[in-house]
Design a protein around this ligand. Structure first.
Ligand code: BGC
Length: 741
């Protein structure tokens, strides 16, 4: 009798996988390539979407039922997208290995972006930890879960630099700063791949979306990107370069055009920068149907021209689109495409498969009972640590927080007060029903007797029926905690917003509660920076809670009642109003800077709002009080071969121990091209016990001073510089030095 799939999974014995050098995988790939027909080679360049993929409207052949199986058996599929159940993975792999002529295994890829079965905070929230070590440790745990689902590659990290919170995908990013982005990007790759993705516990990573997708005009999804090459190189490339340097297994192209050419067929981006300048030797995959979309960009007449442009530009693997599958063979036969271009791409794909160990064990990462590897206590602990470090305290007048655990009656109000919809977009296999809501987190910490809860209203819509109840509840309490924000489905892919307000009638509810004149603590859930001006003026304390994943409520309760001290710092500025966008800290001075960013006639400013944001990059409060002093640099003139040592003393003058993120910015006084007013160059997260001080040291050298000059060369020039050190991007402790090569 034939065994069921489950029984076959149970009988699987995993074979050891060998870690191989690039030279070895290259030789193995070349040997295999010799045995392949042209059609089989092209098959390795295609990533098949799962049957339920939304491909309606795109008229391709091969979409009929069971065609997936047919294509796999014919050796026309290289990998599978977003199939995450072990049984299907096993079935498809068995077809490839046993039915296709050469038995080349498939690899399986999906978006495990901020967690797998365990939901970690959204990436923008984790970036607020300014903690590469935390990100690396988190990604190790995430990789462990991904590696036990049967998947080989995660489409993460997303390292698009972002300056426009209207874009729904800022939630996936590391925020607005090139240096922070690059430090965190590398940490993601180290955590997922652990130096060797052939192991049973690591997975391959994919750096996306190459290139500059975060600069989509107007924050509108899939929109045009247009920027100077200097801006691209100086600010936007750092995250991608950091991934390449960290050995990321693959790169994904973006949907947008860069300088008029879609990234997916952009030779300047894919060959000149990625392959030639960076010497990148992993594989390059397109984004979902981004190849086919070149027809709508109107840069290609038809799918045949798309295939031609993409292979010439250096695209190795097509996600979902079938232009390679349908046209490459004929393009080679007609002599329009050299077969060597195809060989080059197929070698990248086969090298990856050898590297990952799929030829040793095609069923690698498949387990009959995978749930036993998921949501382990250590993973949940780490998700809680990540949540604690992601929360940013934006306001805390008169030490409203932390709250005493007993004394007062608390009215907990708002549509997000008892919501477990806090996994956040790209939640992968994490489940909302397993997330701790704010109310349950508070109840577990202090019991339920002193908490009076009511929602008051919904996130969206204009139903005010719950207002009266909310006001009654608030009247009978000593303090009000109001949990407001966006629904988690309002950020993520294709979730651009033109307004950045807290939606529905939530603001009205807040105003009604404010009129009661009781202490008002606001907790904001969102996937992006929102306009919080009214709250900044009218509340006593604000916690920015993002979407924190499984441990959301327990982490927030721990902070509210002082078991944990908030330490997150904004990775993205919060605007006063959407009209200021883009508003980011590293802006240029202009020829007519406005005094202090305020209105002044014939200066670069607005008549109705300041230039600066409501809350700047790097900003975040603590229950501790940190004082910065004694900034010392060890030389006044820095030479090319030297390092500059910067030290600063930080005193915690409070009765509460806490972690502080110390930030170092430079300003170049003048340069051959305009440079930003401030550039983050170092940061360090340090614990400073109560009533103690610490001396923190940083070293920088000429590479930190370098900037793409008028000749497009990265150089520090012989110039005067100012160092600023402090707790956010407005740091004012400063010291000056000159660079002399
Ligand atoms: C997104 C990518 C994602 C891919 C596969 C696309 O729509 O832009 O970020 O990796 O889908 O799910």
């Amino acid at each position: 009798m034939e065994l069921t799939i489950q029984q076959q999974l149970e009988k699987l014995e995993h074979k050891p996988t060998t870690s191989r050098s690039k030279t070895e995988t290259f030789q193995l790939a070349q040997e295999l390539l010799k045995k392949m027909t042209l059609a089989e080679k092209i098959g390795q360049m295609f990533q098949l979407a799962p049957p339920e993929a939304n491909v309606e409207g795109l008229k391709w052949e091969h979409r009929e039922e069971n065609s997936s199986a047919k294509l796999i058996c014919e050796g026309k599929v290289g990998s599978i997208l977003s199939v995450t159940d072990s049984e299907t993975i096993f079935k498809l792999q068995k077809l490839a290995v046993e039915q296709s002529r050469l038995g080349i295994p498939l690899f399986f890829a999906a978006d495990m972006i901020h967690g797998c079965r365990t939901g970690f905070p959204i990436n923008l929230a984790m970036a607020c930890s300014f903690d590469p070590d935390l990100i690396e440790r988190s990604c190790r745990q995430i990789a462990y879960e991904v590696a036990h689902t049967g998947l080989n590659l995660t489409f993460s990290p997303m390292v698009d630099l972002v300056r426009d919170p209207r874009w729904g995908r800022v939630m996936e990013s590391n925020g607005e700063d090139p240096y922070l982005n690059s430090q965190l990007a590398a940490a993601y790759v180290r955590g997922y791949q652990q130096g060797d993705y052939s192991s049973a516990y690591s997975v391959a990573a994919c750096c996306k979306h190459f290139v500059a997708y975060g600069a989509a005009e107007g924050g509108r999804e899939y929109n045009t990107v247009d920027m100077s090459e200097r801006e691209l190189r100086q600010h936007y490339l750092s995250g991608y370069k950091a991934c390449a340097d960290a050995g990321v297994a693959s790169f994904m192209t973006s949907f947008n055009i860069y300088d008029g050419v879609p990234a997916t067929a952009n030779k300047f981006i894919l060959r000149d920068i990625l392959r030639n300048e960076w010497q990148y030797d992993g594989f390059v995959i397109s984004d979902y149907t981004s190849s086919y979309e070149m027809i709508d960009h109107r840069t290609a007449r038809d799918a045949r021209e798309v295939a031609l442009q993409s292979i010439v530009a250096g695209l190795d693997h097509e996600m979902v689109s079938m232009t390679y599958l349908e046209h490459l063979e004929e393009l080679v036969i007609s002599g329009e495409v050299e077969e060597s271009l195809i060989d080059e791409a197929v070698i990248h794909m086969l090298q990856f498969k050898y590297q990952i160990g799929l030829f040793d064990d095609p069923y690698k990462h498949l387990y009959a009972d995978r749930e036993q590897y998921m949501r382990l206590p250590e993973t949940l602990n780490l998700a809680k640590e990540a949540a604690l470090k992601s929360v940013v305290m934006l306001k805390n007048d008169n030490q409203t927080l932390p709250l005493a655990k007993q004394k007062q009656k608390i009215a907990l109000i708002g549509p997000l007060a008892d919501s477990n919809q806090v996994v956040g977009a790209w939640g992968s296999l994490a489940r909302n029903e397993e997330c701790v809501s704010l109310l349950s987190g508070m109840k577990s910490l202090i019991g339920g007797e002193n908490i009076l809860h009511t929602a008051g209203c919904d996130i969206l819509g204009n139903n005010r029926d719950g207002f009266a109840q909310a006001i009654a509840v608030a009247k009978s309490a000593d303090i009000i905690i109001l949990a407001v924000g966006e629904d988690q489905s309002m950020s993520g892919e294709a979730k651009s917003r033109a307004y950045l307000n807290i939606p529905g009638v939530q603001n009205e509810l807040a105003q009604a509660l404010k009129a009661l004149n009781k202490p008002l603590i606001v907790i904001v859930f969102s996937g992006r920076p929102l306009e919080l001006g009214w709250y900044a003026e009218n509340s006593d304390a604000i916690l920015q809670a993002w979407f924190l994943g499984n441990e959301s409520g327990s982490a927030l309760a721990s902070i509210l009642f002082g078991d944990s001290n908030p330490s997150g710092k904004l990775a993205m500025s919060f605007p006063y109003t959407v009209g200021q966008i883009p508003v980011y800290y590293n802006q240029y001075n202009t020829g007519r800077p406005s005094p202090n960013g305020e209105y002044s006639e014939y200066r670069s400013c607005y008549i109705d709002v300041p230039n600066y944001p409501l809350y700047p990059f790097g900003y975040g409060l603590s229950y501790s009080k940190f004082e910065y002093m004694d900034l010392v640099i060890d030389k006044k003139v820095l030479a090319a071969a030297q390092q500059l040592t910067v030290s600063v003393k930080i005193c915690n003058t409070s009765e509460i121990s806490g972690e502080e993120v110390v930030q170092l910015y430079i300003k170049c006084k003048n340069f051959s091209v305009a440079r930003p007013n401030r550039e983050l160059k170092r940061f360090k997260r340090v614990m400073i016990p109560t009533n103690c001080s610490k001396i923190i040291e940083f070293t920088i050298d000429k590479s930190d001073l370098a900037y793409y000059n008028a000749e497009m060369k990265s150089t520090p020039e012989n110039r005067d510089y100012i160092i600023y050190v402090g707790s956010d991007s407005n740091a004012d402790l400063s010291a000056e030095f000159s660079y002399l090569s």
